[in-house]
Design a protein around this ligand. Structure first.
Ligand code: MLT
Length: 320
């Protein structure tokens, strides 16, 4: 009884705090470098979430090990709703099959809400002469051991998509890891690396501005954000479909009142016309309201882990 008392008191304190949550700024941890796709989505959501919560949402990058350092920071944070993890398919599914994580992606994180997703796009540095995906594939095959492909680290979506692309065309590629595809994009534009299979949201502004070359998107349908860009099916690599879905999590044990308020802030942000336009312009498709709940995110993440871990483990992805 004596031992139980402090816990009972503590849960009363937490419950009381959860009622008034939030009373200070909420930190959203981006597990990749600033300027990349996760950072961009976090910054687009931060302002409408601030309006909904009545407190600032501060975006912070904690990088390394394919995003697993940043997610680990949140898994170990106090379960009070003030530290959130924003991430996607690779950080919250794939990393568990690639890294010996010191946390459990399902048991140590509390789903807050699903955001939406985007396909990837095959892009190359500006000097590459290939005018179509078929010509790019021919160029990569002819130069294969020399072609450098930027990634956001082992197990990141850009790495897995790059491996998938290499396997499809039967080429051996050199993967160059960065702390995120923000810095990788700078080197692609500068010609220091040759190509990437990148998230559409990161590449499309640069393709449209003519700073890099875009060849095909990894989806069955064209994107409204880039209607002239063919799909892989149209361009010659049928079936190379990859979609990167995003979500927000809190540490496991966060009071349900706080999770509900955070989920409402995500929903309010995703309903905001300006936010929808900004995400849509980048090729991000927002999930419908019935899929924005914590339960829907948790169920989707679990199903994705069950689907992908055997595939990723069989692919025996090397960490260096
Ligand atoms: C990033 O934010 O840098 C990316 O999500 C990493 C990736 O897509 O591989």
């Amino acid at each position: 009884m004596k031992k139980l008392l402090p816990w009972v008191l503590l849960s009363f304190v937490w419950a009381a705090q959860a009622q008034s949550f939030p009373t200070r700024a909420v930190t959203m941890v981006v597990p990749f470098a600033a300027g990349g796709p996760v950072d961009t989505v976090a910054r687009i959501l931060a302002e409408p979430m601030r309006k909904s919560l009545g407190q600032p949402v501060v975006v912070e990058s904690t990088t390394g090990a394919g995003g697993s350092i940043g997610v680990g920071r949140v898994a170990r944070a106090a379960p009070d709703g003030y530290t959130l993890s924003i991430g996607h398919w690779s950080t919250h599914v794939v990393n568990g099959a690639v890294y010996p994580l010191a946390y459990d992606l399902l048991k140590d994180l509390e789903p807050v809400g699903m955001i939406g997703g985007n396909p990837m796009i095959i892009v190359a540095k500006p000097g590459v002469e290939a005018a179509s995906l078929k010509e790019l594939v021919a160029w990569v095959r002819a130069n294969h051991e020399k072609v450098n492909v930027g990634t956001a680290g082992a197990g990141s979506s850009t790495h897995i998509a790059g491996i998938y692309f290499a396997n499809e065309i039967g080429a051996k590629l050199q993967f160059i890891p960065y702390k995120g595809t923000g810095p990788a994009m700078k080197d692609l534009m500068g010609g220091q690396i040759d190509m990437m299979v990148d998230q559409l949201s990161n590449s499309i502004p640069q393709v449209k501005a003519g700073r890099i070359r875009g060849y095909a998107i990894t989806a069955k349908e064209r994107s409204a954000a880039a209607p002239d860009m063919p799909t892989v099916d149209e361009a010659g690599l049928p079936g190379l479909h990859i979609a990167i879905w995003y979500g927000i999590w809190a540490p496991r044990g966060t009071p349900k009142e706080a999770v509900a308020k955070l989920n409402q802030a995500v929903r309010d942000a995703l309903a905001d016309p300006d936010t929808r336009k900004r995400l849509g312009d980048l090729g991000m498709e927002i999930v419908p309201p019935e899929r924005q709940s914590p339960e829907a995110l948790g169920a989707h993440q679990k199903a994705e882990i069950e689907k992908w871990w055997p595939i990723i483990k069989a692919a025996d992805i090397k960490l260096n």
